[in-house]
Write a protein that binds this ligand. Structure first.
Ligand SMILES: Nc1nc2c(c(=O)[nH]1)N[C@H]1C(S)=C(S)[C@@H](COP(=O)(O)O)O[C@H]1N2
Ligand SMILES: [Mo]
Length: 214
């Protein structure tokens, strides 16, 4: 896609109030993470753990995970390094729907969620951000399983619903790639990028990129 088409498309989303401050539209899908991309020969040893402040801990293998109720969502994604990608079609599992279906029962003291990923990467959000409809446990992008570098087989996906400026619209690093578990917690616990200087709160509309107040 040429420069003028990109610019034109960017102007459209800007006029529609969908371009957060300091962001630019990309038509590519950049890859960003620290460390190696995990490789899986198969998913026989893969599992997903739900723990912390829940009535009963859950441990689902890949087959069981794929039997959970599924959700599709078209979301805009905003990376702290300045690119935004619009109208991305994701599929996966919504945490809210798991709670509504009684598949996860959280204790009332749970106020935060820590996403746990391969190699010990974590990222933290308030509980309400993970329960919002702009957060998904995503398995598919554009109808296909995630590419390895984008989080195969499962990632947290933090996006934004088009045209709705919401307090739960956080930067993309609040979605952990190669996700292996969710921990419900009474205390907030800054994760990898948060400890490296990124904002703890990460609101895209308020442009909370870096953590100054420590
Ligand atoms: N496990 C893991 N997940 C991660 C990261 C990481 O370093 N490790 N980086 C985050 C950052 S900083 C961004 S911007 C997004 C990028 O997602 P993408 O590579 O699919 O564009 O992944 C996030 N999830
Ligand atoms: Mo990032």
């Amino acid at each position: 896609m040429g420069f003028f088409l990109r610019k034109q498309r960017e102007e459209e989303v800007k006029m529609a109030g969908r371009l957060p401050p300091g962001q630019a539209l990309t038509q590519k899908f950049p890859v960003l993470h620290y460390g190696a991309v995990p490789t899986y020969n198969n998913l026989n040893n893969w599992n997903f753990r739900v723990f912390g402040l829940v009535e009963e801990e859950r441990l689902w293998n890949w087959e069981q995970f794929n039997q959970l109720p599924r959700t599709s969502a078209t979301l805009d994604i905003h990376c702290v390094t300045g690119w935004s990608k619009f109208d991305c079609p994701w599929e996966g599992v919504s945490v809210k729907s798991l709670i509504d279906a009684g598949l996860i029962k959280i204790k009332p003291e749970a106020k935060y969620v820590i996403q746990h990923c391969e190699f010990g990467y974590t990222t933290n959000t308030p509980l309400e951000a993970v329960l919002a409809d702009n957060f998904l446990l995503a398995t598919h992008f554009e109808g296909k399983p995630l590419d390895p570098e984008h989080g195969y087989p499962l990632r947290g996906l933090m996006g934004a619903v088009a045209g709705r400026k919401d307090n739960n619209d956080l930067y993309l690093w609040k979605g952990g790639k190669w996700l292996r578990g969710l921990e419900f917690s009474a205390q907030d616990r800054p994760g990898f990028w948060e400890l490296a200087g990124y904002s703890n709160t990460a609101n895209v509309w308020r442009e909370e990129r870096y953590w100054h107040n420590r």
